[in-house]
Design a protein around this ligand. Sequence first.
Ligand SMILES: [Zn+2]
Length: 140
Amino acid sequence: MPIYEYLCSKCNVIYQFFVKSGSNPSPSCPKCGAGDLERVMSTFSTSRKGEIGSSTSGDDMPDLSDIDESDPRSMARAIRHMADDMGEDLGPELDEAITRLEAGEDPEKVERELEGMGLGDEDGPSPGTPPARDPGLYEA
Ligand SMILES: [Zn+2]
């Protein structure tokens, strides 16, 4: 009997389910009852040690080690570079933030205001935080 893993994005927890062969399971979250669990591929679990954050958001993020965070202009360059890589148009808010960085404003202050607008928070709860694993086994 195969065991499938499902991620509840609401709980940010991976649950394991027994699945009867031939069935097409759509299990509900044993904890919160959500019915839209996301099937987790096995590679997800084998590479989960510190890899999830970088594999899901790594393409979107600049290599922060190359950025001098005390230098607003360096951060502004990195953000522009990141936007170029994604081929995305910077929104007016981000564009303004970068302009402020380039003008030498405190990056932390600009960053906080960006976060307040919800930028960089599109991957569900706690992006970059690997989901926990529920040790139990449930029946789909
Ligand atoms: Zn749940």
